[in-house]
Design a protein around this ligand. Structure first.
Ligand code: HEC
Ligand code: HEC
Ligand code: HEC
Ligand code: HEC
Ligand code: HEC
Length: 162
């Protein structure tokens, strides 16, 4: 019993260490600065285009609206400009991503009882670099559904297969 507890404890500690360390991003973009100080709204960059499943990550061109003039000499901004000019996506390391066989829609969640980004992504506006603050495994989806009295039928999140 004691070993099981110890092993579980170590596994948790490992999860926290691995998951709570922000991955190194190609450009040191800061949510704390752009949301907290510059006061941009989430939806300025994360548009949640129809059909509403994804929030999306903005293209470099969107950043250049400001950065053509702001800090244009910074090597980070010059790299950003390079992506924008050649119309390539910035290779951001993704933080929250679930497999394609799971159905999840931001739009329906945001229209319901869980309508705050912070419910699933934490205090983004206070973070320089993002890390996974909440797990996105099946258990964590089901835990909240159970609390909010939302269905946990398998076909709710997984399409029916024949
Ligand atoms: C100026 C544009 C901009 C604004 C405003 C912005 N973001 Fe972001 N967001 C980004 C960029 C660029 C990334 C990818 C780099 C990163 O992970 O930091 C990102 C990544 C994320 C991610 C991680 C996505 C993933 O799976 O990799 C989350 C969650 C997120 N933003 C939430 C928010 C929330 C919540 C707000 C408002 C409080 C917000 N963002 C405001 C540009 C923006
Ligand atoms: C109920 C939990 C939940 C809420 C609330 C939520 N998200 Fe997410 N978010 C997720 C999950 C799960 C993913 C992974 C989705 C995937 O891979 O399909 C994700 C992915 C993202 C991504 C990565 C790009 C994408 O579209 O997959 C961004 C950016 C993001 N969320 C921003 C936001 C913002 C901004 C808000 C508030 C307006 C928000 N999220 C609210 C759970 C949530
Ligand atoms: C509304 C204007 C605005 C937008 C849009 C914007 N930024 Fe910024 N950004 C700023 C300001 C203001 C600063 C701070 C400049 C300073 O320190 O003097 C900044 C600073 C930065 C820095 C630090 C530069 C350095 O070397 O010090 C990076 C990196 C950055 N932004 C990336 C981005 C990315 C990536 C996007 C798009 C996802 C983006 N910004 C969109 C206004 C903006
Ligand atoms: C913090 C709480 C919370 C978390 C975490 C959460 N959900 Fe939900 N989910 C809800 C609520 C509340 C509703 C009901 C929304 C409404 O009012 O229609 C819902 C509804 C749904 C629906 C039905 C609506 C639709 O879009 O068709 C699906 C499917 C779903 N969730 C999948 C997921 C998956 C997959 C995850 C994990 C990646 C997840 N949820 C995580 C609270 C949550
Ligand atoms: C509230 C949403 C939700 C419900 C309900 C749900 N799942 Fe899942 N399921 C997920 C998510 C999210 C993942 C992906 C987990 C990950 O990324 O590790 C997943 C993954 C899986 C996997 C793949 C696991 C693996 O490790 O490859 C199986 C099998 C599965 N679910 C079966 C089921 C069965 C059987 C039920 C009904 C008892 C069910 N699911 C109900 C959200 C859900």
């Amino acid at each position: 019993m004691r070993t099981v507890v110890l092993v579980l404890g170590l596994a948790m500690a490992a999860w926290i260490l691995v998951a709570q360390t922000p991955p190194e991003q190609p450009i040191p973009y800061s949510h704390k600065h752009h949301v907290g100080t510059v006061k941009l709204q989430c939806k300025f960059c994360h548009e949640n285009k129809e059909p509403g499943e994804l929030m999306g990550i903005p293209a470099a061109g969107k950043c250049m609206g400001c950065h053509k003039s702001i800090k244009a000499d910074s090597p980070h901004i010059q790299r950003l400009a390079g992506f924008a000019e050649s119309n390539r996506p910035v290779p951001w390391k993704r933080i929250y991503q679930i497999p394609a066989y799971v159905f999840f829609s931001h739009q329906t969640h945001l229209q319901g009882a869980v309508n705050k980004c912070a419910d699933c992504h934490g205090a983004v506006e206070t973070r320089d670099a993002l890390f996974k603050e909440f797990p996105t495994n099946m258990g964590s989806c089901m835990e909240c559904h159970q609390k909010k009295k939302v269905s946990n039928d398998c076909t709710f999140c997984h399409e029916q297969r024949n």
